[in-house]
Design a protein around this ligand. Structure first.
Ligand SMILES: CC(C)(COP(=O)(O)OP(=O)(O)OC[C@H]1O[C@@H](n2cnc3c(N)ncnc32)[C@H](O)[C@@H]1OP(=O)(O)O)[C@@H](O)C(=O)NCCC(=O)NCCS
Length: 184
C-alpha cells in the first residue's frame, strides 16, 4: 500500500507540471482544513453544489477515518476525507438502507476540495483511487459518494472512476443529491 508522505509530479492539459506532496492529515491540521473548505466554498458560483462539512465531523474523521492533504510548497491546497467502513450515522450505507452487516463493508467518500488555483491536475480522481486502495486494504467491498446534481466536474470524475448513480433524492437538509456506488 502507498506510504505517506508521498511526493508526486502532476501535469495539466496545458503541459504545465507541478510537484506536490500527499500527507495523511492529523488533528493539528484541522484549522488549515477548515480554512481551505471555507475558501473553496466562498468561491463557488452556486453554493448549493457543496454542503459544508462541520468542524465536529472533520475532527472526528481526523481521529477515526482517513484524511489526506495535498501540499504545494508546504501549503495545503487540496483535501480529501473518507469515512471508514465502520458503524456510524455518517456511513452513507444508512442513506440507502443497508443493514449494519453491509455497512461494515462500505466506505463513504465524503470530501474532495481543490483550491481553484490548482484545479486541472486530476487531484480529485487521484484522491478517489487513493481512498479506494486504502478501503480495499481495510476490507471494504463498496464505496459510496454523494454529489449535487449540477456539480458537473465532480460527477464527471466519479463516473469516469467507475461509479454509478443508484438513487437521486433529498438528503442534506432537503438538498437533492445523487448517491453513487462502486463495488471495490
Ligand atoms: C470537484 C473538484 C474537486 C475537481 O477538481 P480537480 O480534480 O482539480 O478537477 P480536474 O482535474 O478533474 O479538472 C478538469 C478540468 O475541469 C476544470 N475544473 C475543475 N473543477 C472546476 C470548477 N469547480 N470550476 C471550473 N472549472 C473546473 C479544471 O480546471 C480542468 O480544466 P482543463 O481540462 O481545461 O485543464 C473541484 O472543482 C472542487 O474543489 N470543487 C468544489 C468542491 C466540490 O464540489 N467537491 C466535490 C464534492 S465533495
Amino acid at each position: 500500500m502507498t506510504d505517506f508522505p508521498k511526493r508526486i509530479t502532476l501535469s495539466r492539459h496545458s503541459g504545465q507540471t507541478m510537484d506536490f506532496e500527499i500527507r495523511r492529515c492529523a488533528e493539528s491540521d484541522l484549522k488549515d482544513i477548515l480554512d481551505l473548505q471555507l475558501k473553496v466554498y466562498d468561491d463557488l458560483c452556486d453554493p448549493g453544489l457543496y454542503a459544508l462539512v462541520g468542524e465536529e465531523d472533520i475532527h472526528e474523521s481526523l481521529l477515526e477515518d482517513y484524511c489526506f492533504g495535498t501540499y504545494h510548497d508546504d501549503r495545503l491546497i487540496a483535501f480529501t476525507m473518507m469515512i471508514a467502513n465502520r458503524i456510524s450515522h455518517r456511513n452513507y450505507g444508512t442513506y440507502v438502507g443497508y443493514p449494519e452487516e453491509r455497512q461494515k463493508h462500505c466506505v463513504s467518500l465524503e470530501i474532495s476540495l481543490v483550491d481553484r488555483d490548482y484545479r486541472g491536475f486530476g487531484l480529485q480522481r487521484l484522491f478517489v483511487s487513493l481512498r479506494e486502495e486504502i478501503a480495499k486494504a481495510h476490507g471494504a467491498k463498496e464505496a459510496l459518494v454523494t454529489i449535487a446534481p449540477g456539480n458537473d466536474y465532480s460527477l464527471h470524475n466519479l463516473l469516469n472512476s467507475g461509479y454509478q448513480i443508484m438513487d437521486t433524492r433529498p438528503l442534506y437538509e432537503g438538498a437533492v443529491r445523487h448517491i453513487l456506488s462502486k463495488q471495490l
